[in-house]
Every structure is written in C-alpha cells, then in structure tokens.
Write a protein that binds this ligand. Structure first.
Ligand code: NAD
Length: 341
C-alpha cells in the first residue's frame, strides 16, 4: 500500500497541462500519469510517447465517458477553459472517478454546486487546483500571518497582472466571456482573493469593487481588464486587491501587521518566490527551499484518496471564491458595497 501510486488522467493538453502539470508527475511520489484526454490525437500521441503513457489510454472529448472502463485511472484532472470545468467534472464523477479541477472551479455558483453534488452522489473526492495552498513560501506566509508573528493584522494588499494577448491560443478563449466566465478577476484576480482568504484564515463579510476596461480595446469587448476590490474581514482586517490584463507580470502580496510587514513577491509564480519581513529590527529575507508545487498538490490529492481524507482545497473552497467573485462583479455594477451572507 505504501508504494501504491494513484493513476491520473489529464483532460486538456494546453499550455498549463503540458508545460507544468505533466512534467510534475516526474517528481510525484504517490501519483502517476496513466491517461490523456485531448481533441488533438497527434499531440496526445506525442505526449504519451514522451511520458510513457500507454497509447491505448488516449481519449478524446467524445469518448471521454469510457474512462469509466479504465481501472488504471483513479483521478481525472480537468485543465480546460473555465466554462467547460462543470460538464467534465460531472461526467467524470459519473464515470466513477475522483476529480481535480483547475481554478476557477466554474463560471457561476450553480455549476459549482452541481459539481459538488455530482461528486458527492458518486462517492468521489473533488479538489480544486489551488497550488499556492501547497507551496512552501505561501505556507510560511500563512503561518507568520496567523501566528501573531506580525502583530495584530491590519491590512493586506494583493496584486496580480499580466498582458492579455488573444493572438495566442491560451488567451483566445480568455477574451471570450462564454468560455472564460469573466476577465482578469476570474483568471488571476482569484489569486489575490485566495491570498486574502488564506492569509487571514477568515471569510469576508463585505466587498466593494471598481472595474475599468480601456474603451475601444477589442480585447475587452467581452471580459474586463482591471478590477480593484476591497474585502472586509470580521477581525477588522481590510484587504485591497487588484487584478489586470493590462499591466505587466505581477503576482505579489503584502501583509501589514502592527509590528511587522510581510512581503511575498513573487508570491504565486510557478518556480520563484521571495519572502521579506520588515519591522523595527530591520529587513530580513527568509530562505525557504523552493519545491515543485504542482507535484505537491497532485500528491496531496493522491494521499487523500489513499487515506480516504478530504482534500485541503475541496469543491466548497472553489465555490466560495466563485460566490465572492460574483459579489465583486455585483458591487462594481451597482457602485456600492455588497454584504456577504
Ligand atoms: P490553454 O488554452 O493552453 O489550454 C486549454 C486546453 O483546452 C487546450 O488544450 C484546448 O485545446 C482545450 N480545449 C478543449 N475545448 C476547448 C474549447 N472549446 N476552446 C478552447 N480550448 C479548448 O489554457 P491553459 O492556460 O492551459 O488553461 C486551462 C485551465 O487551467 C484554465 O481553467 C486555467 O484557469 C487553468 N490554469 C491554471 C493555472 C494555475 O496556475 N493553477 C495556470 C494556467 C491555467
């Protein structure tokens, strides 16, 4: 049992799956890649060949449901455009497999709830791929923020930005509301939102937001460019968060305590992080070993299956973010704060 590796199928062989997730199986301890689901047979065969996946275990979106007949597949990892997450999760659970799904979990609350119900009904686990919650620098920042090491927490700022370039396949669907669900908020603002929630360990009670998209920029005909949102937490902590498709690569947060300020920048990069603590006694960079966060999150799910535990970032965690993002859009549309029940 100790040596058993859980079998994974990856659905969608795009940028993230092929460049980050699939290579990470090479360092996983409890997980092995055993099947691929793709709309591009030649690409799937090339990847199967490169990573030692049996070519008999290549599926497409039409025969996806026949994964139910493959006993080597324990978990299906959905790495498709956002609005397709719900359908493939529900079908995967009905095929009797555990599900890992990329962020954002879905593009609306109803789909998130249906995904949770489908996995519950099938008696299968559902985890959302919130890699930062498995990454050592972020875990250290959470520990410092919640242990009192910074003094009483006052404020958080979190910013995520990248330039949207729809001439690239990975950004073509991101500019389409039907596939992406929204713009920078759904794609990368979710990291700012997550950070505010996992750093405080609290749930916001009120949000207020402003949205701006450059007029006449065709990239923002359907999805928003820049979002600023403020979260009020029960303890009194205020989080000021931004996301934008219009500013250069940014992925950072700061936590302001009464005694110290913590800066993680980059905070949500794939392979590079820098953690600084600053107080009366000066500035200090904390040296922490970089680890492959993709392997850590994949192995976490495998461990949950092997030991019958609930994943640390289950469907309910994804649902909460989607609920809050809807409240952020509502606040911006109404021009006033929205209370969270
Ligand atoms: P991508 O465009 O590179 O990959 C998407 C894949 O879906 C492609 O292989 C494409 O062929 C396939 N696909 C199937 N049906 C499609 C359709 N109707 N339209 C467009 N593509 C279709 O995108 P990506 O950057 O790999 O993102 C995929 C998912 O992973 C998204 O949900 C995204 O939010 C998530 N993601 C997460 C992280 C992270 O750090 N956790 C990073 C990047 C992407």
């Amino acid at each position: 049992m100790a040596d058993k590796k859980i079998g994974w199928a990856i659905v969608g062989l795009g940028e993230f799956a092929t460049k980050q997730l699939i290579p990470a199986f090479g360092v996983c301890k409890k997980s092995k890649l055993v099947a691929l689901v793709s709309g591009h047979p030649a690409k799937a065969r090339r990847i199967a060949d490169e990573y030692g996946v049996d070519p008999q275990h290549i599926y497409n979106y039409e025969n996806y449901d026949t994964l139910r007949d493959n006993p080597e597949v324990d978990v299906i990892y959905i790495v498709l455009p956002n609005s397709l997450h719900a359908d493939f999760t529900i079908r995967g659970a009905r095929a009797g497999k555990h599900i890992m799904c990329e962020k954002p979990m879905a593009t609306n609350v109803k789909d998130c709830e249906a995904m949770i119900v489908a996995c519950q009904k099938a008696g299968k686990k559902l985890m959302i791929g919130y890699r930062a919650q498995y990454e050592p620098f972020n875990l250290k920042a959470i520990e410092l923020a919640q242990s009192g090491a910074l003094g009483k927490l006052k404020s958080i700022t979190a910013d995520h930005g990248r330039i949207l370039d729809p001439s690239k396949p990975l950004d073509k669907w991101r500019a389409q509301k039907e596939l992406a669900g929204g713009g920078s908020l759904m794609d990368i603002g979710i990291y700012s939102l997550q950070a505010a929630r996992y750093l405080t360990g609290e749930e916001p009670i009120e949000v207020s937001a402003l949205i701006h998209s450059t007029p006449n920029d065709p990239r923002f005909k359907e999805v928003e460019e820049t979002v600023h949102f403020t979260l009020r937490f029960p303890s009194g902590v205020l989080a000021n968060c931004t996301s934008s498709y219009g500013y250069h690569d940014t992925k950072r947060f700061q936590v302001f305590g009464a005694e110290k300020t913590l800066t993680l920048d980059p905070a949500t990069d794939y392979y590079e992080h820098k953690l600084i603590l600053e107080g009366e006694d000066g500035k200090q960079e904390l040296k922490i070993k970089e680890e492959n966060q993709f392997a850590l999150e994949i192995d976490h799910m495998s461990e949950c299956i092997l030991e019958n535990k609930t994943p640390k970032t289950p469907g309910e965690e994804g649902l909460q973010d989607v609920k809050l993002m809807m409240a952020i859009y509502e606040s911006a549309a109404k021009g006033k704060p929205v209370k969270i029940r």
